[in-house]
Design a protein around this ligand. Structure first.
Ligand code: 7TS
Length: 415
């Protein structure tokens, strides 16, 4: 399939050079060149990230914040430099506002736990109908423990938040709100700046789940004025098992620690423990040092290309995919928001999404099939699951062609 390169492709974006940085992309699956379109689940890693981890383990491996020896000092320096890298990437005011966690899920649980003592019966927590389970279940657990009520702002048939209904749900009882920046099941990008403003008119703290947004949207936490922002490194070309929580200093000062243990204390006696300073207070135990260094390297890599350039490329892939999909009569896209990131969730008439996933894999094409940890979204659209193609900085228009050809093949096979 020929593509109109001048219209579809982003000028000066050297996708082939980028692809060469990602060793995992260069392989055959079932005899076919891999087409990796499961980036919303996790992204592949560039060589610089892999090298940073190897370098750490080969040369600097030691525990941090405790040894006076050289290796420990080197490891500590690299770990703390990664914190500064995250700070700059998010434009946080100080690196103390960055707490390393296992990922978005742990960061959300940390914040939910911090609000345990602040909520009671009659209070409300406000989320939206498009949240990932990670941004539902911790709040449900918090509500169960405190007697508070979970309120859910609805979405429309395009998968967009209904902003007026969100606003109508804000009341004096609302004590916290947790909202996704971008939906993993639909691709919808929420008007979070507006949502945050509405919440702040009532002085309601707000957490933004940036797990999907972070690789696609340049985030400025000061401009957004969010109280908390969370993301996972592995969707941002970093290793699994590392992520970050940004928290406004004044909010972190009000928060009680999530876990107790080493490193989060300054003095321990059997009578009383004095906690360490922020951010260490929230980082109990030996952290994922190598992962943190890998996260720093991933952000350096992404920054060297530029999030806006990456987003422009991915959006052109999405537009092209949506356009091309129109020729497939049996295909229905789930999630057609006006403001959308590079995710195409779809169903095919008469073919279960799991079969779509398996049959695409037979053709070397990796897509995710399932409920995407967003069962309420599936319920809303009346589907058990969807197949999902999600694009990253290294995907190409030719891969979109391969996706479409793969879908057409499988429709033909099923008959
Ligand atoms: N929030 C959103 C919006 C997500 O998409 C995910 C993961 C999470 C939170 C949790 O991130 P974790 O790294 O802590 O697990 N989403 C997906 C997905 O769409 N497919 O696999 C994981």
């Amino acid at each position: 399939m020929a593509i109109n390169t001048s219209v579809e492709k982003v000028q000066d974006y050297d996708v082939e050079a980028i692809r060469r940085d990602f060793p995992a992309l260069d392989q055959q699956i079932h005899g076919e060149q891999l087409v990796y379109l499961d980036n919303a689940a996790t992204s592949q890693k560039p060589k610089s990230v892999i090298d940073s981890i190897v370098q750490y383990y080969e040369n600097d491996n030691a525990n941090i914040h405790r040894g006076v020896h050289t290796l420990s000092e080197r490891a500590t320096l690299s770990y703390e430099n990664a914190r500064k890298t995250v700070q700059k990437f998010l434009n946080a005011q100080t690196e103390k506002e960055i707490i390393f966690t296992r990922g978005a899920t742990e960061a959300i649980n940390l914040v939910a736990h911090a609000f345990l003592e602040k909520l009671s019966a009659g209070d409300e927590v406000l989320i939206t109908a498009m949240e990932h389970h990670s941004n539902i279940v911790p709040w449900q657990m918090l509500c169960e423990k405190t007697g508070a009520t979970l309120k859910v702002a609805p979405i429309n048939d395009k998968g967009e938040l209904i902003l007026e209904e969100f606003e109508a749900l804000i009341s004096r009882s609302t004590k916290f709100s947790a909202i996704s920046h971008m939906s993993n099941a639909l691709g919808t990008i929420n008007p979070i700046r507006q949502m945050i403003d509405l919440l702040h008119q009532h002085d309601i703290p707000v957490l933004v789940d940036g797990a999907q947004a972070i690789p696609h949207i340049a985030v400025d936490v000061q401009a957004l004025d969010c109280d908390f922002y969370v993301f996972s490194g592995h969707k941002l070309y970093a290793p699994t098992g590392i992520g970050a929580l940004y928290g406004k200093m004044e909010r972190l000062e009000q928060a009680s620690p999530y876990q107790g243990g080493g490193d989060m204390i300054s003095v321990v006696t059997f009578d009383k423990t004095v906690y360490n300073k922020i951010p260490y207070k929230f980082e109990a135990g030996t952290p994922n040092i190598a992962g943190t260094i890998g996260l720093g390297a991933a952000i350096d890599y992404v920054s060297s290309i530029g999030v806006d350039a990456i987003a422009a490329h991915e959006n052109s892939l999405l537009d092209y995919a949506v356009e091309q999909s129109k020729r497939i009569g049996k295909l229905r896209i789930i999630g057609t928001a006006d403001n959308k990131g590079a995710i195409m969730s779809f169903v095919l008439d008469g073919i279960h999404p799991h079969d779509v996933g398996t049959m695409m894999d037979r053709q070397g094409i990796a897509v995710r099939a399932g409920h995407h940890c967003a069962m309420p979204v599936m319920d809303f659209f009346g589907v058990p699951a969807t197949a999902r193609a999600s694009f990253a900085m290294y995907n190409t228009h030719e891969e979109v062609d391969a996706l479409m050809a793969g879908i057409e093949n499988l429709i033909e096979m099923v008959g």
